[in-house]
Design a protein around this ligand. Structure first.
Ligand SMILES: *[C@@H]1O[C@H](CO)[C@@H](O)[C@H](O)[C@H]1NC(C)=O
Length: 390
């Protein structure tokens, strides 16, 4: 009875969501995947992809309820159609031994695909073993990104949950027109390099209505990002939303036209951050709007740091080449966990230009916080506390 009910529901889903009669459906269980969490189902998923990709009509890959063990898999493009829906009702589980995928770079990678939409699903990266290895200071694999899209366009990720990735949870690299909505990302607050969503070399990425709790940046924005829209995000624990690190390479494309609005940061290391290496680079940041942010006990609510130099290697005595301009902070309020809530530490060679602070109120222990500026130019409008040092 239960079985026939769920079959009926699946059929209804297919009928309502893909009324075009010629949608080809590839159910991974029918292709041999086992929902037992133990049997390696990688081949069945790849064969579902192979079918969907070769289909000349729109295709759907269906993953029923249950836990499916998957090793590293690349879902490669040059498909015959540009309308592939992946509907996931179950959980995809990475091997519990982190070494199996730890050096693969990615766990699940889509490469060179067009028109792929993922609805629902839970990805369980089982990263805690690798985090423990790293914490013990042993030599460990660097770890895999749970879900990567590279050189792809017209991508939708809707309603996905990603748990405990080894490294980054989601990476969008070299893509165009990517719509990420309603995702939930969770890893322990002290897990290393478990960034929530990383975007780089990509144009037209939208990230909305998502909750991200992690041990590194909730969202990080790398070189070559254009027309990025981030809205309605809950971030924390984590390191905040970061444009950067930028300027690590001497030749590097810039970041332009980024909107970050309606974000709540809770107990994070940073709020709204721009971060660049203290070394020469062609990189730049221009046209950023940070709007409507709430800070709850955030260590560095507003920060530009152009002196990033981890382990003091390759930058001492040099200054950042990254030119930062036209950055607006509008309606940012809440509490700072440290005295200095606004810090602009810009490059002496390429001072920050066109910083605009408008309606900012950040307190530290119920008193106005402080601000600190180096090589930063701009203007304050409306009520601004801490008093602007621009
Ligand atoms: C900036 O990016 C947004 C999407 O985030 C886009 O709608 C807008 O047209 C872009 N503006 C320019 C000037 O390219």
């Amino acid at each position: 009875m239960v079985k026939s009910m769920s079959l009926l529901l699946s059929l209804l889903f297919i009928v309502f969501c893909h009324s075009s009669a010629n949608t080809a459906v590839y159910d991974v269980v029918k292709l041999g995947a086992k929902p037992d969490g133990r049997t390696d189902s990688t081949r069945s998923f790849l064969s579902a992809w192979g079918g969907a990709c070769a289909s000349i009509t729109p295709a759907m890959i269906y993953v029923p309820k249950g836990r499916f063990l998957l090793k590293s898999a690349t879902f490669a493009g040059n498909c015959k159609n540009s309308d592939i829906t992946i509907r996931i009702d179950g959980t995809l589980v990475a091997p519990s031994d982190y070494r199996v995928i730890g050096n693969a770079g990615n766990w699940l990678l889509f490469e060179g695909v067009t028109g792929v939409s993922i609805y629902g699903g839970i990805l369980d990266g089982q990263g805690s073993g690798l985090w423990a290895c790293k914490a013990a200071g042993n030599s460990c694999p660097s770890g895999a990104t749970s879900l990567g899209f590279t050189r792809s366009k017209n991508i939708v990720i809707n309603g996905l949950t990603s748990l405990n990735s080894q490294m980054f949870h989601v990476v969008i690299n070299g893509c165009q027109n990517v719509n990420i909505r309603g995702v939930k990302i969770t890893a322990s607050g002290n897990s290393p390099n478990t960034d929530g969503i990383h975007v780089q070399l990509s144009t037209g990425v939208t990230i909305m209505n998502s909750g991200i709790k992690t041990g590194d940046d909730c969202i990080s924005v790398g070189p070559g990002t254009k027309n990025l829209w981030i809205e309605q995000i809950a971030c924390g624990p984590g390191h905040g939303i970061s444009i950067g690190s930028l300027g690590k390479e001497t030749q590097e494309p810039g970041v332009q036209n980024v909107t970050v609005k309606t974000v709540v940061f809770t107990g994070t290391q940073n709020g709204l951050r721009i971060k660049a290496w203290g070394r020469p680079s062609t990189g730049f940041v221009t046209g950023v709007l940070f709007q409507h942010a709430v800070m709850n006990n955030v260590q560095n609510p507003i920060v530009i740091d152009q002196n990033y130099c981890p382990r003091n290697e390759g930058c001492p005595g040099q200054v950042s080449g990254v030119q930062i301009s036209q950055v607006t902070y509008q309606d940012i309020h809440g509490t700072s966990a440290t005295e200095v809530a606004v810090k602009f530490d810009c490059s002496p060679k390429h001072p920050c230009r066109g910083i605009r602070l408008e309606d900012v109120k950040l307190t530290y222990q119920n008193k106005p916080a402080e601000s600190s500026c180096a090589n930063a130019g701009g203007t304050a409008y409306g009520f601004v506390e801490p008093t602007s040092c621009l």
